[in-house]
Each structure stands twice: as structure tokens, then as C-alpha cells.
Design a protein around this ligand. Sequence first.
Ligand code: ATP
Ligand code: MG
Length: 378
Amino acid sequence: MDPTFPTIGILGGGQLGKMMAAEAVRMGIETKLLSPKDAGPMRPYAGAQVGDWTDPDVLRSFVSDCDVITVESEWAPAGAAADVLPDDTALWPSTATLSLIKDKGVQKQHLADAGCPVPEFVRCNTMEDALDAAEAYGYPVVLKQCRGAYDGYGNATVHSVEALREAWPNLADDGLMVETFADFTRELAVQVARRPGGEQVVYPVAYTEQRDHRCHAVEVPADIDEGVAEEARDLAQAAVEAVEGVGLIAVELFEMPDGDLLVNELAPRPHNTGHYSIEGSDTSQFENHVRAILDWPLGSTALRQPVAVMVNVLGRREGTPPRSTGLPRALDTDGVSPHIYGKPDVRPGRKMGHVTALGSNRADVRKRAEMAAGAIEL
Ligand code: ATP
Ligand code: MG
């Protein structure tokens, strides 16, 4: 008998879960989401549920009728889910991959051991160790919390002994790294989708522009030397191979002034720098994630138009709920696709949505994406 359509279970109910589920639902794949809180982005789905995902009974019941479990974030309780997984249910990325990634110190060491170039770093348990490391590297250095950091929260670039002493108590809880400051030319990102057997596809190199430690815009393909682009894609694939990632994995890179590349970090899931692919690519990062975890054939990563630009829509005020006033104004710009995540609370700087524009002239595409994102005003 032909198999029925599979059911996937997503641990998480934020925008990444929402966009993964959208692709799965489009292909007729049953989709469930579990979130510890009533997350706005997952609300449109009938298969969304709120429950204590640290409770084995809640997890057992959630995974019981799923064929594959996946996570929208490296912080989801994949280990606890693995403990209650039925024999014929898969979990991707594997808990082994996740445990190599979710601690930034473990991750960097593993990548370095695998021959992937990374900024010099050392894990420090005490402020004295950190001061010694900073002295040896030379200021500025970047202090990074090994766990739980995102969108730049959990990092501090310090330029002096005093600044390090001041930053330390706000960061150090269960381990901290001191990293050399990479005086890069650009930040780049590459998405890779990998099936359990190792088959991979790789996306074009994305140029990612940060403002206030947050991703502001992404341009694809990055306007870089062809040789550097090829090397970036090779390095991304090697990094994903090194952690045996399955699903979509994003690799953040620094391009140095001499053209050398360093790996900043991996994200074992679809990533903000790949959102452009929903409209921009033959197969979006979310669809290839779904295909990869189901061990189904991966889709083409080719761009549909010469240039894609994504601009994030960040919250501008404090309050509930977001108002749609600016959305029709954004839609007045030709050829832009707005995505609003459906988060019920707005906070300044919070990622509330994004806009993608496509076209052939980089400056024009960028302008349209910026205009539309700027008009939305949440
Ligand atoms: P996110 O969730 O935004 O991906 P994060 O909070 O996990 O990030 P990182 O990616 O480690 O943190 O760092 C955030 C940003 O800080 C980077 O995108 C980069 O702009 C800057 N940064 C990080 N490490 C370094 C470094 N060694 N040298 C210079 N800049 C750095
Ligand atoms: Mg990062």
C-alpha cells in the first residue's frame, strides 16, 4: 500500500515554525506545532498547541503520531523529545548535531578541529582568565555567552580592561568565550540543506547587513568576487558536514579584507538570512528543510530573478496589538512581498516581519524593499 502523507511535529511556534509549516501545509503534509507559550505566529494553524514542553507526558503525546520531529530553534527541548520518541519517528537535526551547535564554545572548537577557519577564541571561567586572554589577543575583543545568545543579546565588544570588567557580570553565567575582534569587510551567510544520507544543496552567498547587532537587510547574491563566493559555499558545506547537520543549516561567515573567510557560527535551522528564498529561489529554505528532514529529494536553490533583497520589519514602539496601517502603503510599492509574523506584542527592535523584493537592478531592488519595510511601521 502507498504510504499516507507524513506528519511532522515542530517544536516551536515562532516565525520560523510558521514559515516551515506553511511550506509543509502547501504540500499536504500534516503539521503540528508545540510551544510553551501561546505564540502568535503559530495561531493560524489548527495543529498548533500550547503545552509545557519540558514535561515528558506532554512531549510523549505530541510526538506519538508524528513521523518526523524538528525544531525551530537550537533551544527547543530536542533531548527530552528524543527520550520519548517512538521507534519509527525521526528527529532532525539529531541531538548530536544540536549539542555540537548550541554551546558556542563547543561549536567553535569542533569547527576548528574539523579544519574550518574561525576567529581565535578561548573559553574563560573567570574574569581573570578573560582579562589574560584579552591581553594576549589585544583589544578590542568580543565576549560571548556560550549559551542562550541571539540577535546580539549575550555579546559585548570591549575595548579596554575597564570595559571588560564592566561587561563581565552582565554576561557570565554558564561559560563565556573571549574572541578576537574580526575586522571584516562584510558579513555573509550561506544556507545548506542536507539529507540524512549526506546529499546536500547549497544556496547562493547572501550579504547580510547588521545594524545595532541585528540583521537589517540581506542581498542575494552577495556582490563579491566569484572566487570568494565559491570558497564561501565550499566552507559552508564543510561546516555542515562537520556537524552532520540534517535539514536546513545556515552558516554565518566573515569576509576579511584579504578575502579570507572565517566561520562565525552555525544555526541548525532556517535562518533570517534565508527568508529571501521564499519568493527569491526555486525552492525556499523552509521547503528544503521540510524535504530534507523527510529524506525527500531536495529542490533547486537557483534564484528566480538576478537579485533578491530582504529587509526586516522591526518593532518601533511598545504595545499591543500591532496595527496594519502601513501595510497597504507597503503594498503600493511594486513587486514586494511583505511577511508579518503575527506576534501579538510589539517591542522596539523586535523582529515583527520582513519584506522581500526581486528584480535585476540591485540598487532598485534594495530601494523598493527598504521603502516597503519602512512603510509598515509596527
Ligand atoms: P544572531 O542571533 O544575530 O545570529 P548571536 O547573538 O548568536 O547572533 P553572533 O552571531 O555571535 O551572535 O554575533 C552577532 C554579531 O556580532 C555578528 O553578526 C557580528 O556582526 C558581530 N560579531 C560577532 N563576533 C564577532 C567577532 N569575533 N568580531 C567582530 N564582530 C563580531
Ligand atoms: Mg549570529
